[in-house]
Design a protein around this ligand. Structure first.
Ligand code: F6P
Length: 556
């Protein structure tokens, strides 16, 4: 299917002209001229609030951006996704994570999908209730107290982020650990701290073939069997996967497997059985609220007009900066410590989805696609990289995310946290002119020549854009809505860019090469360097020269 390139769209041409006309406008004066700017350029959806008034836009910008979304067919493609059409064309798969959170009585497409989803949810509920009540006993008859999720990418980032974000609502008798890296130091540091008789391992892998996960799972299994015997696996290992055959071949009974389907992308899978640690942590009802929050955002996304549609607006503002201003990154700044893993989660969601340079028809795109997503919690970032955000040569849009409700403990900190969050977006927007700096220094009695020398360093250009997203409370519902907001944002951007947001061929080459390199590292005889560049061969040779002799724990 050939689609004209974004550059050739009429609406894009109109945006280019508009950009030329308004790029120099100062947000500071836009605010000064229009006291209603905040109320006009903000909206509520699914319990979240978005303030997008601190962007370099006027009303016409939104009109033109929405015209672009229409010209690119966002509405039609959205319906194709909800209807379960195979919009992941390179893998010939439907994209139906929205069906995982559709309420009982059918999937998003009204087919048997809904029944399948509910059946797995019921099994997850039964299992998690038993673990949480202490009714699921380990092999030696003890209740389980530690949950270790072994998985990577989408089988790790979502559950870890959500379990941490909802930390305060977690079951007090269970502790949670997430092992992803093949680097042994993660597992090596954790295992001695665990009691094998009370530990549950969840091996989460859509394919059940991901090298890191399989190696970590094998090491964990060897540790458990070493302490409790092979029969204990049935009580201490469960699997989350689409690959029943590989799960049983690994030694996990299919009765202890929670399935999902190829129409759930790894980075969209926290709503599926991949969310089992989240359900164990906050209970089945809490997990139901998490799904309900996402569903509320789905409904908003599907029904609200583009001009008042939160994910659409976030997406189009992203395109405005990426394709018109040339911004190459987006910083995610959660002002809420428990959201510390959100930037990493959004990194995979956005960059694995839209980090593509090939359009749906196989042609090369002519405009930039996904920006680099990065960030850390506020206020830490303020004392590290915010200098560049305020005065550097890059224009970096920022998404500030915070929670309004004061925590029960140390509540006084919360106002300071909110103050910093709101002040940072104001400072980025407003800046401080050299004249203002000079006035301030003069009032402090500074000499004129010193003022002249210092003023350029202490002035801020301002006009640096940001969005602010407010959650009323850190609840499963609000978190579900927040994640779904970003999922749909990424979807809309993918449609506008004309790419497939749901495959990830770019990760394959490195995986394939790692197999050859690993074989060369493990070879007992000197490996032939055939096919390897001299850098890689040289690095392998150095590693081989410093390697310890193979020990019994090394795989053959
Ligand atoms: O290598 C990338 C990737 O395929 C991600 O898309 C995925 O989330 C991750 O690896 C883990 O895959 P799996 O769940 O199959 O182990």
């Amino acid at each position: 299917m050939h689609q004209p390139s974004l550059q050739d769209c009429l609406a894009f041409h109109a945006l280019q002209l508009h950009h030329r006309a308004i790029a120099g406008r100062q947000m500071r004066s836009l605010f000064a001229d229009d006291p209603a700017r905040f109320s006009r350029l903000s909206l509520d959806a699914a319990g979240l609030f978005l303030d997008y008034s601190k962007n370099r836009i006027v009303d016409e910008t939104i009109t033109l951006l929405c015209a672009l979304a229409r010209e690119r067919g966002v509405g039609a493609q959205r319906e194709r996704m909800f209807a379960g059409e195979k919009i992941n064309t390179t893998e010939e798969r439907a994209v139906l994570h929205v069906a995982l959170r559709a309420p009982h009585a059918g999937g998003a497409d009204g087919s048997e999908v809904g029944a399948q989803v509910q059946a797995v949810l019921m099994r997850m509920r039964d299992f998690s209730d038993r673990v949480r009540r202490g009714a699921w006993l380990g092999a030696s008859g003890k209740a389980l107290t530690s949950v270790v999720n072994i998985g990577i990418g989408g089988s790790f980032l979502g559950p870890k982020m959500a379990c941490h974000a909802l930390r305060k609502q977690r079951h007090p008798g269970l502790d949670f650990h997430f092992i992803s890296n093949v680097d042994a130091s993660e597992l090596d540091a954790l295992l001695p701290r665990l009691d094998p008789h009370t530990t549950l391992f969840i091996v989460a892998s859509k394919t059940f073939s991901t090298a890191e996960t399989m190696m970590n799972a094998q090491s964990a299994r060897a540790w458990l069997v070493g302490h409790c015997g092979a029969a204990a696996i049935a009580r201490h290992f469960v699997a989350v996967s689409t690959n029943r055959e590989a799960v049983t071949a690994f030694g996990i009974d299919a009765a202890n497997m929670f399935g999902f389907w190829d129409w759930v992308g790894g980075r969209y899978s926290v709503w599926s059985a991949v969310g089992l640690p989240v359900m164990l942590a906050i209970g089945a009802d809490g997990f139901g609220q998490f799904l309900a929050g996402a569903h509320a955002m789905d409904t908003h996304f599907r029904t609200a007009p583009l001009e008042a549609n939160m994910p659409v607006l976030l997406a189009l503002l992203g395109i405005w900066y990426r394709n018109l201003f040339g911004c190459s990154t987006l910083s995610i700044a959660p002002y809420w410590q428990d959201l510390q893993y959100l930037p990493g989660y959004l990194q995979q969601l956005d960059m694995e989805s839209n980090g593509k340079h090939v359009a749906l028809d196989g042609s090369t795109v002519t405009l930039a696609t996904a920006p680099v997503i990065w960030g850390d919690v506020g206020t830490n970032g303020q004392h590290a990289y915010f200098q560049l955000l305020h005065q550097g040569t890059e224009l970096v849009p920022v998404d500030f995310i915070t929670v309004l409700q004061e925590p029960k403990q140390l509540g006084a900190h919360h106002k300071a946290l909110l103050a910093n969050c709101f002040a940072q977006s104001a400072a980025l927007m407003r800046g401080r002119t050299a004249g203002e700096v000079a006035d301030e220094l003069r009032a402090q009695g500074m000499a004129a020549d010193r003022i002249a020398a210092l003023a350029p360093h202490r002035a801020f250009d301002g006009n640096r854009p940001s969005n602010t997203i407010l959650l009323p409370e850190m609840t499963p519902h609000a978190l579900g809505a927040l994640i779904a907001l970003y999922e749909h944002k990424v979807f809309v951007q993918g449609v506008v860019w004309g790419i497939n947001s749901f495959d990830q061929w770019g990760v394959e080459l490195g995986k394939a090469l790692a197999k050859d390199v690993e074989a060369a590292l493990r070879a007992t005889a000197e490996p032939a360097a055939a096919g390897q560049d001299c850098s890689t061969a040289g690095l392998v040779a150095r590693a081989r020269a410093s390697a310890a002799p193979a020990d019994a724990t090394d795989p053959p």
